[in-house]
Design a binder for this molecule. Sequence first.
Ligand SMILES: [Zn+2]
Ligand SMILES: [Zn+2]
Length: 368
Amino acid sequence: MDHDSDMKVYEIRAAVLRQRGGPLKIESLQMEGLREDEVLVRLVASGICHTDIDFVDAWAESDEALVLGHEGAGVVERVGKSVKRVKRGDPVVLSYQSCGHCRRCQSGNPAHCQHFYEANFGFQRLDGSNALHRSGVRGHFFGQSSFATHSLATERNLVKVSKNLPLELLAPLGCGLQTGAGTVMNSLKVAKGASLAVFGTGAVGLAAVMAARLVGAEPIIGVDIRPKRLKLALKLGATHTIDNRRQDVMAVIAQITGRGVDYVVETTAHPEMHRLAVEVLNPRGVVALLTGESGTDSLPEGRKTVGIIQGDAVPQQFIPKLIKLYRAGKFPFDRLVKFYAFMDINRAMADARRGGTIKPVLRIRKDP
Ligand SMILES: [Zn+2]
Ligand SMILES: [Zn+2]
Protein backbone atom coordinates (compact mmCIF):
# COMPACT_ATOMS: atom_id res chain seq x y z
CA MET A 1 0.00 0.00 0.00
CA ASP A 2 1.34 3.38 -0.81
CA HIS A 3 -1.36 5.53 0.66
CA ASP A 4 -1.75 5.20 4.35
CA SER A 5 -0.71 8.06 6.58
CA ASP A 6 2.23 6.56 8.35
CA MET A 7 3.58 6.74 11.85
CA LYS A 8 7.02 5.99 10.49
CA VAL A 9 10.06 8.20 11.01
CA TYR A 10 12.27 8.66 7.98
CA GLU A 11 16.00 9.12 8.00
CA ILE A 12 16.80 11.87 5.51
CA ARG A 13 19.85 13.94 4.54
CA ALA A 14 19.50 17.69 4.36
CA ALA A 15 21.63 20.83 4.11
CA VAL A 16 21.16 22.57 7.46
CA LEU A 17 21.69 26.27 8.21
CA ARG A 18 23.06 26.88 11.71
CA GLN A 19 25.20 29.93 11.13
CA ARG A 20 24.63 33.35 9.62
CA GLY A 21 26.13 33.48 6.14
CA GLY A 22 26.55 29.69 6.08
CA PRO A 23 28.10 27.32 5.30
CA LEU A 24 25.21 24.86 5.13
CA LYS A 25 26.14 21.42 6.40
CA ILE A 26 24.68 18.20 5.07
CA GLU A 27 23.39 16.21 8.04
CA SER A 28 21.22 13.16 8.75
CA LEU A 29 17.84 14.17 10.16
CA GLN A 30 14.73 12.39 11.34
CA MET A 31 11.57 13.34 9.52
CA GLU A 32 8.11 12.33 10.70
CA GLY A 33 5.93 10.37 8.33
CA LEU A 34 3.37 12.05 6.14
CA ARG A 35 -0.04 13.40 7.12
CA GLU A 36 -3.25 12.52 5.25
CA ASP A 37 -2.92 15.44 2.86
CA GLU A 38 0.82 15.14 2.32
CA VAL A 39 3.05 13.61 -0.31
CA LEU A 40 6.51 12.26 0.39
CA VAL A 41 8.79 13.26 -2.48
CA ARG A 42 12.25 11.86 -3.11
CA LEU A 43 14.13 14.82 -4.50
CA VAL A 44 16.13 14.53 -7.69
CA ALA A 45 17.21 18.18 -7.83
CA SER A 46 16.65 21.62 -6.37
CA GLY A 47 17.29 25.06 -7.76
CA ILE A 48 18.84 27.73 -5.55
CA CYS A 49 16.93 31.01 -5.54
CA HIS A 50 18.00 34.38 -4.15
CA THR A 51 15.43 34.06 -1.38
CA ASP A 52 17.40 31.07 -0.06
CA ILE A 53 20.56 33.18 0.00
CA ASP A 54 18.70 36.04 1.71
CA PHE A 55 17.66 33.64 4.49
CA VAL A 56 21.24 32.41 4.91
CA ASP A 57 22.39 36.02 5.30
CA ALA A 58 19.58 37.03 7.65
CA TRP A 59 19.87 34.07 10.03
CA ALA A 60 20.38 35.20 13.63
CA GLU A 61 22.00 33.44 16.58
CA SER A 62 18.59 33.25 18.27
CA ASP A 63 17.01 31.44 15.31
CA GLU A 64 16.56 27.70 15.14
CA ALA A 65 18.43 25.62 12.58
CA LEU A 66 16.68 25.61 9.19
CA VAL A 67 16.41 23.57 6.02
CA LEU A 68 15.96 25.93 3.05
CA GLY A 69 15.32 25.19 -0.63
CA HIS A 70 12.11 25.88 -2.55
CA GLU A 71 12.67 24.80 -6.15
CA GLY A 72 12.49 21.06 -5.76
CA ALA A 73 11.83 18.38 -8.36
CA GLY A 74 11.54 14.70 -7.64
CA VAL A 75 9.54 11.52 -7.63
CA VAL A 76 6.52 10.72 -5.46
CA GLU A 77 7.42 8.00 -3.01
CA ARG A 78 4.31 7.86 -0.82
CA VAL A 79 0.96 9.66 -0.65
CA GLY A 80 -1.41 10.38 2.23
CA LYS A 81 -4.98 9.03 2.32
CA SER A 82 -6.70 12.11 0.98
CA VAL A 83 -4.25 12.75 -1.88
CA LYS A 84 -5.94 12.22 -5.24
CA ARG A 85 -3.95 13.80 -8.04
CA VAL A 86 -0.62 11.97 -7.74
CA LYS A 87 0.58 8.47 -7.03
CA ARG A 88 3.81 6.70 -6.24
CA GLY A 89 6.34 7.05 -9.07
CA ASP A 90 4.95 10.28 -10.53
CA PRO A 91 7.56 12.90 -11.46
CA VAL A 92 6.73 16.25 -9.84
CA VAL A 93 7.98 19.83 -9.63
CA LEU A 94 7.44 21.65 -6.34
CA SER A 95 6.32 25.26 -6.08
CA TYR A 96 5.10 27.71 -3.44
CA GLN A 97 2.59 26.69 -0.78
CA SER A 98 -0.91 28.06 -0.16
CA CYS A 99 -3.63 27.20 2.37
CA GLY A 100 -6.33 26.07 -0.07
CA HIS A 101 -9.14 27.27 2.18
CA CYS A 102 -9.16 31.07 2.19
CA ARG A 103 -11.31 33.15 -0.12
CA ARG A 104 -8.41 33.91 -2.46
CA CYS A 105 -7.29 30.29 -2.71
CA GLN A 106 -10.90 29.24 -3.34
CA SER A 107 -11.26 31.79 -6.11
CA GLY A 108 -8.16 30.48 -7.91
CA ASN A 109 -5.58 33.04 -6.72
CA PRO A 110 -3.24 31.02 -4.48
CA ALA A 111 -0.42 33.57 -4.94
CA HIS A 112 -2.64 35.95 -2.95
CA CYS A 113 -3.39 33.37 -0.24
CA GLN A 114 -4.22 35.10 3.03
CA HIS A 115 -1.81 32.73 4.76
CA PHE A 116 0.93 33.06 2.15
CA TYR A 117 3.54 34.27 4.62
CA GLU A 118 2.97 31.54 7.23
CA ALA A 119 2.65 28.80 4.59
CA ASN A 120 5.94 29.68 2.89
CA PHE A 121 8.10 31.40 5.49
CA GLY A 122 6.67 29.97 8.73
CA PHE A 123 9.03 26.94 8.77
CA GLN A 124 6.13 24.81 9.99
CA ARG A 125 2.85 23.41 8.72
CA LEU A 126 -0.11 25.76 8.98
CA ASP A 127 -1.24 23.85 12.10
CA GLY A 128 2.07 24.78 13.74
CA SER A 129 3.67 21.32 13.60
CA ASN A 130 7.11 20.60 12.16
CA ALA A 131 8.10 17.19 10.79
CA LEU A 132 11.79 17.73 11.62
CA HIS A 133 11.25 18.58 15.31
CA ARG A 134 13.00 15.41 16.51
CA SER A 135 16.25 16.73 15.08
CA GLY A 136 15.73 20.24 16.46
CA VAL A 137 15.58 21.64 12.93
CA ARG A 138 12.78 23.50 11.16
CA GLY A 139 11.58 22.58 7.67
CA HIS A 140 8.47 23.20 5.53
CA PHE A 141 10.09 26.20 3.80
CA PHE A 142 7.68 27.00 0.91
CA GLY A 143 5.98 23.75 1.90
CA GLN A 144 9.03 21.77 0.79
CA SER A 145 12.53 22.55 2.24
CA SER A 146 14.07 20.98 -0.85
CA PHE A 147 17.77 21.09 0.08
CA ALA A 148 17.24 17.52 1.20
CA THR A 149 16.90 13.97 -0.05
CA HIS A 150 13.18 13.96 0.85
CA SER A 151 10.47 16.51 1.24
CA LEU A 152 6.89 16.62 2.49
CA ALA A 153 4.69 18.56 0.06
CA THR A 154 0.95 18.76 -0.56
CA GLU A 155 -1.15 18.63 -3.71
CA ARG A 156 -1.33 22.41 -3.63
CA ASN A 157 2.38 22.97 -4.16
CA LEU A 158 3.14 20.01 -6.35
CA VAL A 159 2.83 19.83 -10.12
CA LYS A 160 2.81 16.54 -11.97
CA VAL A 161 5.04 16.70 -15.04
CA SER A 162 5.64 14.43 -18.00
CA LYS A 163 8.44 11.90 -18.04
CA ASN A 164 10.06 13.00 -21.29
CA LEU A 165 12.23 15.76 -19.86
CA PRO A 166 15.02 15.46 -17.31
CA LEU A 167 13.52 16.29 -13.91
CA GLU A 168 16.68 18.04 -12.76
CA LEU A 169 16.24 20.64 -15.49
CA LEU A 170 12.65 21.38 -14.45
CA ALA A 171 13.44 22.16 -10.80
CA PRO A 172 13.89 25.96 -11.17
CA LEU A 173 10.48 26.38 -12.78
CA GLY A 174 8.84 26.28 -9.33
CA CYS A 175 9.84 29.78 -8.19
CA GLY A 176 12.24 32.07 -10.04
CA LEU A 177 11.29 31.29 -13.63
CA GLN A 178 7.58 31.14 -12.86
CA THR A 179 7.85 34.53 -11.13
CA GLY A 180 9.67 36.27 -13.99
CA ALA A 181 7.56 34.84 -16.80
CA GLY A 182 4.30 35.05 -14.83
CA THR A 183 4.85 38.73 -14.11
CA VAL A 184 4.90 39.52 -17.83
CA MET A 185 2.22 37.06 -18.93
CA ASN A 186 -0.22 36.96 -15.98
CA SER A 187 0.28 39.98 -13.74
CA LEU A 188 1.05 42.73 -16.26
CA LYS A 189 -0.50 40.97 -19.28
CA VAL A 190 1.99 42.81 -21.47
CA ALA A 191 0.54 43.26 -24.96
CA LYS A 192 2.26 43.04 -28.33
CA GLY A 193 4.18 46.24 -29.07
CA ALA A 194 4.34 47.45 -25.46
CA SER A 195 7.71 48.74 -24.30
CA LEU A 196 9.38 47.13 -21.32
CA ALA A 197 12.58 47.40 -19.30
CA VAL A 198 13.88 44.67 -17.01
CA PHE A 199 16.09 45.84 -14.13
CA GLY A 200 18.42 43.04 -13.12
CA THR A 201 19.05 40.19 -15.57
CA GLY A 202 19.36 37.30 -13.14
CA ALA A 203 17.14 34.23 -13.44
CA VAL A 204 13.91 36.11 -12.67
CA GLY A 205 14.79 39.03 -14.96
CA LEU A 206 15.84 36.79 -17.84
CA ALA A 207 12.62 34.78 -17.51
CA ALA A 208 10.79 38.11 -17.86
CA VAL A 209 12.87 38.92 -20.96
CA MET A 210 12.00 35.56 -22.57
CA ALA A 211 8.31 36.03 -21.75
CA ALA A 212 8.38 39.59 -23.12
CA ARG A 213 9.72 38.30 -26.42
CA LEU A 214 7.01 35.62 -26.44
CA VAL A 215 4.20 38.17 -26.11
CA GLY A 216 5.79 40.47 -28.70
CA ALA A 217 6.84 43.38 -26.49
CA GLU A 218 9.11 45.92 -28.19
CA PRO A 219 11.54 47.30 -27.26
CA ILE A 220 12.74 44.98 -24.49
CA ILE A 221 15.52 46.70 -22.58
CA GLY A 222 17.73 44.73 -20.19
CA VAL A 223 19.53 46.70 -17.48
CA ASP A 224 22.33 45.20 -15.36
CA ILE A 225 25.88 45.84 -14.18
CA ARG A 226 27.26 42.59 -15.57
CA PRO A 227 28.18 42.66 -19.27
CA LYS A 228 28.09 38.86 -19.51
CA ARG A 229 24.47 38.74 -18.40
CA LEU A 230 23.53 41.55 -20.74
CA LYS A 231 25.01 39.58 -23.62
CA LEU A 232 22.84 36.62 -22.67
CA ALA A 233 19.79 38.90 -22.36
CA LEU A 234 20.31 39.91 -26.00
CA LYS A 235 20.36 36.26 -27.05
CA LEU A 236 17.18 35.53 -25.10
CA GLY A 237 15.11 38.35 -26.53
CA ALA A 238 16.26 41.75 -25.28
CA THR A 239 16.36 44.26 -28.12
CA HIS A 240 18.65 46.63 -26.19
CA THR A 241 20.79 46.48 -23.08
CA ILE A 242 22.12 49.10 -20.70
CA ASP A 243 25.14 48.67 -18.45
CA ASN A 244 24.10 50.95 -15.62
CA ARG A 245 27.64 51.21 -14.28
CA ARG A 246 28.74 52.91 -17.48
CA GLN A 247 25.59 54.38 -18.97
CA ASP A 248 22.86 56.75 -17.84
CA VAL A 249 19.78 54.51 -17.78
CA MET A 250 17.28 57.34 -18.09
CA ALA A 251 19.05 59.00 -21.00
CA VAL A 252 19.51 55.74 -22.92
CA ILE A 253 15.87 54.68 -22.41
CA ALA A 254 14.75 58.10 -23.66
CA GLN A 255 17.01 57.68 -26.67
CA ILE A 256 15.63 54.21 -27.48
CA THR A 257 11.95 54.91 -26.95
CA GLY A 258 11.71 58.67 -27.55
CA ARG A 259 10.01 58.96 -24.15
CA GLY A 260 9.85 56.20 -21.52
CA VAL A 261 8.64 52.61 -21.15
CA ASP A 262 5.20 51.18 -20.47
CA TYR A 263 6.51 48.63 -17.98
CA VAL A 264 9.49 48.11 -15.75
CA VAL A 265 10.14 44.74 -14.14
CA GLU A 266 12.30 45.60 -11.09
CA THR A 267 14.18 42.61 -9.65
CA THR A 268 17.21 44.25 -8.01
CA ALA A 269 15.68 45.50 -4.72
CA HIS A 270 18.02 48.51 -4.75
CA PRO A 271 16.17 51.66 -3.61
CA GLU A 272 17.93 53.64 -6.31
CA MET A 273 16.70 51.28 -9.03
CA HIS A 274 13.18 51.46 -7.62
CA ARG A 275 13.31 55.27 -7.90
CA LEU A 276 14.75 55.07 -11.41
CA ALA A 277 12.04 52.60 -12.46
CA VAL A 278 9.38 55.16 -11.63
CA GLU A 279 11.27 57.91 -13.44
CA VAL A 280 11.56 56.08 -16.77
CA LEU A 281 7.86 55.17 -16.80
CA ASN A 282 5.33 56.48 -19.34
CA PRO A 283 2.02 57.90 -18.12
CA ARG A 284 -0.26 54.97 -17.09
CA GLY A 285 2.85 52.76 -16.97
CA VAL A 286 3.41 50.08 -14.33
CA VAL A 287 6.47 49.12 -12.32
CA ALA A 288 6.31 45.48 -11.25
CA LEU A 289 8.28 45.05 -8.03
CA LEU A 290 9.59 41.49 -7.73
CA THR A 291 11.37 42.35 -4.54
CA GLY A 292 9.08 41.13 -1.77
CA GLU A 293 6.90 44.25 -1.52
CA SER A 294 3.16 43.83 -1.74
CA GLY A 295 0.31 46.15 -2.62
CA THR A 296 -0.21 48.88 -5.19
CA ASP A 297 1.09 52.42 -5.03
CA SER A 298 -0.56 55.04 -7.24
CA LEU A 299 1.65 57.72 -8.75
CA PRO A 300 0.95 60.86 -10.84
CA GLU A 301 -0.51 60.51 -14.38
CA GLY A 302 -1.92 57.05 -13.79
CA ARG A 303 1.45 55.46 -13.15
CA LYS A 304 1.68 52.84 -10.45
CA THR A 305 3.94 50.35 -8.73
CA VAL A 306 2.62 46.87 -7.99
CA GLY A 307 4.24 44.30 -5.71
CA ILE A 308 4.00 40.92 -7.40
CA ILE A 309 4.16 37.48 -5.83
CA GLN A 310 5.05 34.38 -7.88
CA GLY A 311 3.91 36.07 -11.09
CA ASP A 312 0.27 35.47 -10.07
CA ALA A 313 0.79 31.95 -11.36
CA VAL A 314 -1.28 28.91 -10.45
CA PRO A 315 1.60 26.41 -10.55
CA GLN A 316 -0.49 23.47 -11.83
CA GLN A 317 -1.45 25.51 -14.88
CA PHE A 318 1.54 27.74 -15.46
CA ILE A 319 4.44 25.30 -15.03
CA PRO A 320 3.08 22.86 -17.68
CA LYS A 321 2.61 25.88 -19.93
CA LEU A 322 6.27 26.90 -19.48
CA ILE A 323 7.38 23.32 -20.15
CA LYS A 324 5.39 23.32 -23.38
CA LEU A 325 6.97 26.62 -24.42
CA TYR A 326 10.41 25.23 -23.58
CA ARG A 327 9.79 22.19 -25.77
CA ALA A 328 8.75 24.47 -28.61
CA GLY A 329 12.05 26.35 -28.26
CA LYS A 330 10.30 29.51 -27.06
CA PHE A 331 11.41 29.55 -23.43
CA PRO A 332 15.02 28.31 -23.45
CA PHE A 333 15.59 28.53 -19.71
CA ASP A 334 18.17 25.74 -19.86
CA ARG A 335 20.64 28.45 -20.90
CA LEU A 336 20.49 29.91 -17.37
CA VAL A 337 21.13 26.66 -15.55
CA LYS A 338 24.38 25.29 -14.16
CA PHE A 339 24.37 21.97 -12.30
CA TYR A 340 26.22 21.22 -9.06
CA ALA A 341 26.50 18.13 -6.88
CA PHE A 342 24.40 18.40 -3.70
CA MET A 343 27.55 18.35 -1.57
CA ASP A 344 28.78 21.44 -3.41
CA ILE A 345 25.80 23.51 -2.26
CA ASN A 346 28.01 26.16 -0.64
CA ARG A 347 30.07 26.63 -3.77
CA ALA A 348 26.85 26.88 -5.81
CA MET A 349 25.58 29.60 -3.47
CA ALA A 350 28.87 31.48 -3.62
CA ASP A 351 28.80 31.37 -7.44
CA ALA A 352 25.22 32.71 -7.43
CA ARG A 353 26.18 35.49 -5.01
CA ARG A 354 29.06 36.59 -7.18
CA GLY A 355 26.81 36.44 -10.21
CA GLY A 356 28.95 33.95 -12.12
CA THR A 357 26.09 31.43 -12.14
CA ILE A 358 22.60 32.62 -12.99
CA LYS A 359 20.60 29.61 -11.84
CA PRO A 360 22.43 26.94 -9.86
CA VAL A 361 20.65 23.59 -9.68
CA LEU A 362 21.75 20.93 -7.20
CA ARG A 363 21.73 17.33 -8.31
CA ILE A 364 20.47 15.48 -5.28
CA ARG A 365 19.89 12.03 -6.69
CA LYS A 366 19.82 10.46 -10.12
CA ASP A 367 16.61 10.58 -12.10
CA PRO A 368 15.36 6.96 -12.11
ZN1 LIG B 1 12.42 31.77 -4.91
ZN1 LIG C 1 -5.20 30.53 1.09
